[in-house]
Design a protein around this ligand. Structure first.
Ligand code: PML
Length: 242
């Protein structure tokens, strides 16, 4: 069958590219018969968001080349509960170091996630030097074209399901060493570290309640071909088979 990528972005305030506050996004894949349902679900997601009310909703539907479609199993999920945010950070740093990320790169990533307001996509960071390699600024790189083949029973909340699908796709690239994420949603304090070897390691809390900074950092090997890596993240269609 033919497959389509459907992606949604919703913003409050000024509608154009970088103006306005990003409030919601969504990435789905489906065949022609599923398009109406998917579009409706994404519109509902855009308009029922706790972070604000959308003044601008963009829905993009694009056919994806069927021969590029890949089916992969989700990363294994584990969870670490800690008493304080500091402990959460320490656990995340231990996991990243175990994955092969240098101390310098870890510190830079924490700096980015602690200070970058409204980083919409991900920052790509060299796992040795800590240098940020994408030139996307606040926009970051948006991972697209991934979805579950079924409803993704592995994870119970939509948020975790979406994050797990994204992390699974990102970990699939041989350039990826690890990922660090915590939400920019001020009411959500669980974050994760993930990689092909570590799996998807949820850590709670990884930030303090009320904090609006967050996002994703992808740590990559020194020899990364950045253009083909970004192309993979944005364009390679991947189905996660739950
Ligand atoms: C986000 O979408 O806001 C980030 C989600 C992180 C999910 C972490 C988890 O609970 O597993």
């Amino acid at each position: 069958p033919e497959y389509f990528s459907v992606r949604m972005r919703a913003a409050e305030g000024k509608a154009h590219e970088l103006g306005g506050k990003h409030i919601s996004g969504g990435e789905r894949l489906g065949n022609r018969l599923q398009l109406e349902v998917i579009a409706t679900e994404l519109l509902a997601k855009a308009s029922n968001h706790s972070r604000g009310s959308a003044d601008f909703i963009q829905l993009v539907v694009e056919k994806v080349p069927g021969e590029e479609l890949q089916f992969i199993p989700p990363l294994d999920v584990s969870a670490i509960e800690v008493a304080t945010v500091q402990e959460g950070h320490d656990k995340a740093k231990d996991q990243l170091a175990a994955a092969g990320v240098s101390e310098r790169a870890i510190e830079h990533a924490f700096l980015i996630l602690n200070h970058e307001r409204n980083l919409r996509g991900a920052a790509i960071v060299n796992c040795e030097t800590g240098e940020r390699l994408d030139e996307r600024g606040q926009k970051g790189v948006r991972v697209s074209r991934m979805d579950w083949t079924d409803c993704g029973h592995v994870a119970d909340s939509v948020r975790v399901r979406e994050a797990l699908a994204l992390a699974t796709k990102v970990a699939q690239s041989p350039y990826t060493v690890a990922e660090l994420c915590w939400s920019d949603d001020p009411d959500y304090v669980t974050g994760y570290v993930s990689s092909q070897q570590l799996g998807y390691v949820r850590i709670s809390p990884l930030k303090r309640m009320g904090c609006e900074s967050g996002g994703r950092v992808f740590f990559v090997h020194n020899d990364v071909d950045i253009d083909s890596y970004i192309d993979f993240l944005e364009r390679k269609p991947v189905f996660i088979q739950g």
